[in-house]
Design a protein around this ligand. Sequence first.
Ligand SMILES: NC(=O)c1ccc[n+]([C@@H]2O[C@H](COP(=O)([O-])OP(=O)(O)OC[C@H]3O[C@@H](n4cnc5c(N)ncnc54)[C@H](OP(=O)(O)O)[C@@H]3O)[C@@H](O)[C@H]2O)c1
Length: 286
Amino acid sequence: MATQKTALITGATSGIGFAGARELGRRGWRVFVHGRTPEKADRAAARLRAEVPQGSFQPVSADLFSLIAVAELAQRMSALAPSLNLLWNNAGGQVSKRILSAQGVEWQMAVNHLAGFALAHHLFPALQAAPQGRIVFTSSSIHSAAPRAIPRWLDSPPGRYPTLGMYGQSKLANLLFVQEFARRHSGGTVTAHAFHPGFVKTNFGSGADALYHNAFLFAVAFGISPDKGAETALFLAESPEGGTSNGLYWYQKNPKTPSRRATVEAGGRLWDESEAVLATLIQSSR
Ligand SMILES: NC(=O)c1ccc[n+]([C@@H]2O[C@H](COP(=O)([O-])OP(=O)(O)OC[C@H]3O[C@@H](n4cnc5c(N)ncnc54)[C@H](OP(=O)(O)O)[C@@H]3O)[C@@H](O)[C@H]2O)c1
């Protein structure tokens, strides 16, 4: 019998992540269903079990705004799944004002980028223990809305908080992460990918002002289903291409050229700034 594959999907309590969890469960994967709180994760896992009774769904939780909670989640995951085939960094959200974490990281950069960066760092040994570990980020075509000049990657610019610009910056960071990861880990067994799911009918961005949230709901009113939105991630998790390619941006199961802002220089700077925050936290926990 083939060994059962294991996935951790963040933000699997609704939308694209929930649909992807359900499909991987149907395909025989062991799926860790991440939610912001234990209650949300438990509820989602229970719904998944009801919809796919033969599936293996285990709830795990962490508020991804907190790097300490992310580290605790990773520690728990390392014990539960010493070999991890897929880390799907899918969770994401929007806010409409500058909110800083305990480490001074802006909310959208903390949740949409740094939490995934930290999970990839902490769970790298588990990904290496799988024959072909894969990291997938749910990015967005909105990465092209990132500001032209980004003096500090993990904070917003001074002045009025640019909700959409910061979202674009965080989604550009997803892309830059996979590109830089591929440069640093070429020839290894672990690969990283970012993809745009299309415009998907979900309740995304409920943490932002009504103006932004309603604009999103209007834009996706005729969008695709969460099942369709999850397809490219599932392709990257299971196809040979997901194991042979590294550091690319995908849309509809095909590589796509990202914005010209996804430069080597930007990727290096983002990586260094993210690593520095993580290193401070690791040092202070010793
Ligand atoms: N829908 C689209 O058209 C579209 C297009 C391009 C990219 N995306 C990306 O797709 C991903 C999934 O979004 P979706 O459309 O499926 O929306 P969604 O249904 O709102 O899913 C987002 C998930 O992320 C979780 N999340 C948000 N903030 C969190 C936090 N601080 N800690 C832990 N979990 C948190 C949410 O949990 P809560 O319920 O607790 O908030 C939810 O489970 C996001 O990364 C988004 O940027 C979406």
